[in-house]
Design a protein around this ligand. Structure first.
Ligand code: IVH
Length: 625
């Protein structure tokens, strides 16, 4: 009898200890023991529980993953409805929301808590006497599914509360899947020929709806808590304090939550966070702004579906769905054939999207995408939208396979697979499409940055026979331009000015413009720094180049091969004849530049400026050699 009591006490002690280390490791990110030490405690508890199974309780840390697969989920009625939020993409709506609230509460003091809006699955967790009793989905807001067994597999969800907890604690939060875990999951699913999840939110939702908790446990889910449901007593009067209280109870609260008094500061933080959210390993689709003073909630009340004390300010949407109407094959500057989908127009984040890249034919195979399919389309910033998945449930059976062309769709030459076996290439280096894309790249912003020489104008100049290579750009005459449709005096002059200005671009941009295979913008900057002139770089051996930090052997080989090609030599000598010889062309302007910096150097009180100036001096000096 006494021994049993002792064992029970030992088990309880171990559980408390394991729970604490679990909390330190997963919630606080501050472990105090090694993984090995943790494993020892865990094994000790496991062994005791195996020997004395009648002491096993559902809240034991050994019971996170376990139990039989369910047949179906039980329904759970939310005692306090899980409402949704008023959404907006518009700054003015936020200002109006605050003004309206100020009117309702008249003179009362009002501050705001701003939280990342986690793009996951809303859940509720109910604890009685400190123990997790029910975990549920939001469902329709009034009734959800009992997914307790699945939620217990998430290590940041405490099974037992810490500290001084009220009798009943119900909290609400968001379960999500980290972006990296989502990518990995889809990678494995693709290998196993299973359908892919369109985004981390769908993956999280799918994982919580698995009937076998052991499967959910494999899905690497996580959770942030941000709201109270039914709580018997908190002793707090603001939302900020409530979040602090949650932390004390052992819940994981998002670290980017802030408190502000004015709308200006809220909007400022929104902008700041919007820029840095890409760095986070979870999707955030906006910010939730909540009135901090909870005594105002009653007065503010509710609209039909949402409380007036909270509001979601969303980032421009990134994802939408569309139907693939047809697929075009584009031929790039290096001859690579890229499939591009023409879509039924769809609005994503306020922009109408009609085309999206499919990258290459391997990607088409990986996604299993066909013409006629409904697909998920993602856009971020200015980059060309991409297709991330097929909505298989919308298939009709009339979809058509996308085939790899046997010849170049532009010039009819044979196509081959490149060394990596991923890209399909046109074999004709005189392919008009390759030439056109090469010129577009040469004139583009990150390369020679020729103002007025965009895709349309280049197409026109090629069609009219005025340019056949980048060299011809520098031979263009005003009279020729004036004969072109839509070219008036001003436009012609501006283009010629743009072309003239491009002659003084730094060597790094010139190298990038040349389109050396494998050498990106950064590599070209390094090469320009190291070699100073085109001659020195073209005379360098692959060994010398690959010894430079940031340049690998593959790239070094590609660079020497590029400069050994007769076509490259020809273009360089033609450009030289036109006195476009970067590295020396700018001698005069660089001297002025260097003198200016030398006179300024060390004078600035700002250390960043001082550092920049001293760097510019060495860089400029090297270029002057
Ligand atoms: S508060 C009544 N805070 O967004 C207020 N919701 O569109 C209840 N969400 O159903 C929600 N992050 O699933 C709140 N920091 C956050 C949130 C958040 C994500 C989700 C939640 C909710 C949905 C509303």
């Amino acid at each position: 009898m006494e021994k049993k009591e002792q064992v029970k006490r030992k088990i309880e002690k171990l559980r408390a200890e394991i729970n604490r280390h679990n909390w330190l490791y997963y919630v606080k990110n501050q472990p105090e023991i090694s993984d090995g030490e943790y494993d020892r405690l865990y094994s000790e508890l496991k062994e005791l529980e195996q020997k004395f199974p009648h002491f096993i309780t559902p809240d034991s840390p050994t019971q996170r993953v376990g139990g039989e697969p369910l047949k179906e989920f039980r329904s759970v009625k939310h005692r306090i409805p899980m409402l949704s939020l008023e959404n907006t993409y518009d700054e003015d709506d936020i200002k109006n929301w605050i003004t309206r609230n100020r009117k309702i509460i008249s003179d009362a003091e009002m501050s705001f808590v701003v939280e990342p809006k986690i793009d996951g699955v809303g859940i509720s967790l109910r604890y009685e006497k400190g123990r997790l009793v029910v975990g549920a989905t939001r469902g329709d807001g009034y009734t959800g599914d009992d997914i307790t067994a699945n939620l217990k597999t998430i290590r940041t969800i405490p099974l037992v509360l810490r500290g001084n907890f009220p009798e009943v604690v119900e909290v609400r939060g968001e379960v999500y899947m980290e972006k990296s875990a989502f990518e990995e999951l889809n990678r494995i699913r693709a290998e196993e020929k299973l359908s892919l999840f369109a985004n981390p939110r769908n993956a999280a939702a799918g994982s919580l709806k698995l009937l076998d908790p052991a499967e959910t446990a494999k899905r690497k889910l996580n959770c942030f808590i941000y709201q109270a449901g039914e709580i018997s007593k908190t002793g707090v009067s603001t939302h900020w304090q409530l979040l602090e209280f949650f932390k004390q109870l052992g819940f994981r609260v998002n670290p980017h939550i802030k408190k502000f008094k004015t709308v200006e500061r809220i909007l400022e933080y929104f902008g700041e966070f919007s820029a840095k959210r890409e760095e986070l390993d979870y999707e955030v689709d906006g910010m939730v702004i909540k009135v901090n003073e909870m005594n105002l909630y009653e007065k503010l009340g509710f609209t039909m579906k949402a409380p007036r004390w909270a509001c979601a300010y969303k980032f421009p949407a990134k994802q939408g769905s569309a139907k693939i109407v047809s697929v075009d094959i584009q031929v790039g500057r290096t001859g690579v054939l890229t499939p591009v989908a023409n879509l039924s127009p769809t609005k994503i984040g306020g922009v109408v999207i009609k085309r999206a890249t499919l990258h290459n034919f391997d990607e088409i195979k990986r996604l299993g995408v066909k013409v006629g399919d409904w697909v998920w389309v993602e856009r971020s910033g200015d980059v060309i939208p991409k297709i991330t998945g097929v909505i298989v449930s919308k298939r009709t059976g009339n979809e058509e396979e996308i085939k790899i062309p046997e010849t170049c769709p532009v010039c009819g030459a044979d196509v081959v697979k490149d060394e990596s076996n991923v890209a399909v290439l046109c074999t004709n280096s005189f392919c008009p499409a390759q030439i056109e894309r090469g010129i577009v790249h040469f004139a583009s912003r990150k390369a020679m940055d020729i103002e007025g020489l965009g895709e349309k104008v280049i197409k026109l100049l090629i069609e009219e026979g005025l340019i056949k290579s980048v060299v011809d750009i520098y031979k263009l005459k005003k009279e020729q331009l004036l004969k072109l449709p839509l070219f008036k005096e001003k436009k012609a002059e501006n283009l010629l000015k743009g072309i003239e200005a491009s002659k003084t671009r730094p060597l790094s941009k010139f190298l990038f413009a040349m389109g050396i295979p494998l050498a990106g913008e950064k590599a070209c900057q390094i090469l320009a720094e190291k070699f100073g002139t085109v001659e020195k770089l073209s005379a360098a051996k692959a060994d010398d180049i690959q010894n430079i930090e940031g340049i690998g052997p593959k790239m070094a080989a590609s660079i020497t091969r590029f400069f050994s090609l007769p076509a490259t030599k020809k273009i360089l000598s033609q450009l030289k004849a036109l006195s476009i010889e970067h590295g020396r062309m700018r001698l005069k302007s660089q001297k002025i530049f260097l003198e200016k910096f030398l006179s300024l150097r060390g004078k600035s009180r700002c250390p960043a400026v001082r550092r920049r100036n001293s760097f510019s001096k060495t860089a400029a000096k090297r270029l002057l050699q």
